[in-house]
Design a protein around this ligand. Structure first.
Ligand code: URA
Length: 434
């Protein structure tokens, strides 16, 4: 087998056999195939895509490159939830405690924010003392005791994905549906779960800008999961404006606390409840999805989801009082208002711009190595459909260092579209796949 022949055949749109995919991925992972050939193969895949058989073969290679967790000694159905990435997307921190409070075992393995999108690990680490670097033994013990544990992506799971992802980043091949699908699903399959709820974001703040692309990604991930014997459902949800009002790590923890006390934003509450219900249903706690929805709602209203998150914060070394006393979280030292140039209705809020502005003042990172400031971010004062007066506050930037505030404020002004008439209401949950 010659690498150059495989690259050429992929370039011509041919389907490669599983052993040919394995030759490429294992060869790259072991160092016998150089970066320039793997980059060419990734670019060919970007243009020619992959069949279901190829994408499953690629996923298997990524899984085989590392360890697979065995959670079978923990009783109960293990269900994780994964979002493809958005702005203000803190649903994991609400849906997971609600599902765990209903009896689902939730091994939640999360990533960090990159670019304009946020990451669950960064949000959790804004809680003083919170540890996300649990050992596998600690992770399993906590799952057995609390049904929920949050952990960072282990270096031992799918190491080949880390290498291929770095090359994709450097070769402009990140935005390929089969490459994204195999990258996400390999890590999810390796973590030893039985079922998975996916939140595939679509819109200005998402990887996928068009619904047909989001659908294709959702179908591909559901297919990979099914072939690996996992129950998987995907929601395709709107990311044409940030979710909730808060964007930024400690600010989002505050909004999570409010939402788990049933005093959160309507969109965030609605999506978190639906995700929790799907986790409860796939976790076989209820027979029907409607019963699961009722149970998720009950766990919100009786405060047991809120208490579950407190218990888990305590178990992972954090101070659970932060959920009641926001002054115990890192707090910004300055605030800057962005105001409306005219009266009208908010017709669009570009989520990518809001996420980028928040990252500019320190809430996010441009490269994986950058540090972040947990205190800072953006709080929206309006959502799509809100009526504003000229000079009314659109959002507030919270900062600790004012170096980039003026630049971020200029940038963020372009995020808001203001129209003379109210915009049409848009659905939050657009489709269900699986
Ligand atoms: N998240 C991943 O883990 N991989 C991708 O390719 C994209 C998002």
């Amino acid at each position: 087998m010659r690498t150059v022949d495989l690259i050429r055949r992929k370039r011509e749109g041919e389907e490669l056999a599983p052993e040919e995919i394995a030759f490429l991925v294992d060869g790259y992972n072991q160092g016998s195939i150089p970066d320039y050939q793997m980059s060419a193969f990734l670019m060919a895949t970007f243009f020619a895509s992959m069949s279901d058989r190829e994408v499953s073969a690629l996923t298997d290679c990524l899984i085989r490159s590392g360890e697979t967790l065995d959670l079978s000694d923990i009783p109960g159905v293990k269900v994780d939830k994964h979002s493809t990435g958005g702005v203000g997307d803190k649903t994991s921190l609400i849906a997971a405690p609600l599902a765990a409070a209903a009896g689902v075992v939730v091994p939640m393995m999360s990533g960090r924010g990159l670019g304009h999108t946020g990451g669950t690990l960064d949000k959790l680490e804004s809680i003083p003392g919170f540890r996300t670097n649990l050992t596998i033994e600690e992770f399993k013990a906590q799952l057995a005791t609390h049904c929920l544990a949050f952990i960072g992506q282990s270096e031992q799971l799918c190491p080949a994905d880390g290498r291929v992802y770095a090359l994709r980043d450097a070769s402009a091949t990140v935005e390929s549906i089969p490459l994204i699908a195999s990258s996400i699903m390999s890590k999810k399959c390796a973590e030893g779960i039985d079922a998975l709820v996916l939140d595939v974001k679509v819109g200005s703040g998402a990887f996928m800008k068009k619904q047909v692309e989001a659908r294709r990604l959702a179908q591909m991930m559901v297919g990979i999961g099914r072939r690996a014997d996992k129950r998987v459902q995907a929601l395709i949800t709107d990311m044409n404006q940030p979710l909730g009002f808060a964007v930024g790590n400690a600010l989002e923890i505050m909004e999570v606390s409010q939402t788990l006390q049933n005093a959160g934003p309507v969109d965030l509450t609605r999506l978190s409840l639906e995700l929790a219900a799907r986790m409860i249903y796939l976790g076989k706690i209820t027979k029907t999805l409607d019963e699961a929805r009722e149970l998720a709602q009950a766990k919100l209203l009786d405060g047991s989801g809120y208490r579950k998150l407190k218990d888990v914060i305590q178990a992972q070394g954090g101070n659970p009082q932060v959920l009641d006393r926001f002054d115990l979280l890192p707090n910004a030292t300055g605030a800057h208002d962005v105001t409306s140039p005219r009266a009208g209705y908010i017709s669009a809020i570009n989520a990518e711009y809001i996420g980028t502005a928040s990252a500019m003042i320190g809430a996010g990172r441009a490269t994986k190595e950058d540090g972040i400031d947990p205190a800072v971010g953006v709080i929206l004062e309006v959502k799509v459909g809100t009526k504003v007066e000229a000079g009314g506050v659109l959002c507030r930037l919270y900062y600790t260092d004012d170096t980039y505030v003026a630049e971020a404020a200029d940038f963020i002004e372009d995020a808001f579209r203001i129209s003379a008439t109210p915009p049409e209401a848009r659905e939050l949950i657009l489709e269900v796949v699986g």
